[in-house]
Design a protein. Structure first.
Length: 364
């Protein structure tokens, strides 16, 4: 009898989650903010102490690095994307486009997807770097593509959200909004959530039909975070919003004149950098401020690990802080050339410096 009751509870819970848009999320994937819920969380176990493991100095004009499927994937200012073996530091392949790569790449099912300034979404075979297909549109692509089933979903500065077949690259549908799309779409496996510079936040079905829209008087450029039954996004004007998955406002706070980064969330806490020079931690359910850090002003989107919150400051230092208290644990300020980007994996941090050098630190 107890077993039957337990099974019934599990089935009811699954039904409620699926009805709210929570369903299967692709495993072994990578995208901006780590996953397709865009929470910014990784299960990497980064520690306070570190030792320099290796350095790569011979790749000029780097602007972004990501750790994907045991490789470092680097993007250059010269329209190139490069795959590097993390263990041997060997260059595996280089793919060159005719336009600047403007979206963070998305990886799934042995394929790499990214967008360009000229308005082209490109799909590569991850192992070889060979182009499998590309699809041209009429506007720049700054959003990191989303995988939802067999669909590849992304937005453009032309105000349209596109859905393509992720295998063939054929168009499935498009949805026209009232402003440019710089907000990377997010999902919990059923619905698609994204914002527009027109100030409207949208929820679409997988077939591209509008489910609901939430209007703000502000400009949405941030990528949302979906956690539990909540949807978090910020505006350029410095507000942070929390909605439920039916588009109803739960709480809102105006913090500072503007913000250019996106919120991340884990374990009931939302983290966000604002232009007042503070990194805030909010209670997910009611928006109360749990703590704030005043280390340095930052426009970067933090990354959450098991114990720490990591972000680079406007002074180009890398800060590691306790994600529950906001206390500083480690600061990589000794890199005089500054820090452009970073990525983490397991117990390692990979840092891209202002001299286009990649440094791997093993932490302990």
């Amino acid at each position: 009898m107890k077993k039957l009751i337990y099974i019934s509870i599990v089935l009811v819970t699954l039904f409620l989650l699926i009805s709210q848009g929570f369903a299967y999320i692709p495993a072994n994937s990578f995208t901006f903010k780590g996953n397709f819920q865009r929470t910014g969380y990784t299960d990497a176990l980064i520690k306070n102490n570190s030792v320099k493991a290796w350095t790569i100095e011979n790749i000029p004009n780097l602007k972004e690095i990501n750790f994907i499927n045991n490789s470092l994937v680097a993007v250059t200012k010269k329209c190139e994307i490069i795959s590097i073996n993390e263990s041997t530091k060997e260059c595996l392949w280089i793919y060159k486009t005719y336009s600047e790569i403007t979206s963070s790449p998305t990886y799934y099912d042995s394929r790499l997807y990214f967008g360009t300034a000229e308005g082209r979404i490109i799909c590569l075979d991850f192992a070889s770097g060979k182009e499998l297909w590309s699809y041209p549109i009429s506007g720049s692509i700054y959003t990191s593509p989303l995988i939802l089933g067999n669909s590849l979903i992304f937005g453009s500065d032309n105000g349209k959200l596109y859905s393509l077949d992720r295998i063939s690259g054929g168009k499935l549908w498009e949805y026209k909004t009232g402003g440019a799309l710089k907000s990377s779409p997010a999902t919990c496996g059923k619905y698609i959530y994204f914002g527009s510079t027109s100030g409207i936040f949208y929820c679409l079905t997988q077939s591209g039909s509008l489910r609901w829209a939430f209007n703000t008087p502000e400009t949405i450029v941030s990528t949302p975070a979906l956690i539990e039954n909540y949807l978090i996004f910020t505006t350029y004007e410095g507000s942070i919003y929390c909605l439920n998955l039916d588009g109803k406002l739960i709480w809102k706070k105006l913090i500072s004149p503007y913000t250019q980064s996106s919120p991340v969330a884990h374990d009931g806490i939302v983290y966000q950098n604002f232009s007042d020079g503070k990194l805030y931690a909010f209670n997910l359910k009611n928006g109360s401020i749990l703590w704030f850090s005043e280390l340095q002003k930052s426009n970067s989107t933090p990354e959450i690990t098991k114990d720490l919150l990591i972000y680079e400051s406007s002074l180009k230092w890398l800060n590691l802080i306790d994600r529950n208290s906001g206390k500083l644990k480690r600061q990589y300020e000794e890199l005089l050339e500054g820090i452009i980007d970073f990525t983490v994996s397991d117990n390692s941090i990979f840092v891209l410096t202002g001299y286009s050098t990649i440094i791997k630190y093993d932490t302990f």
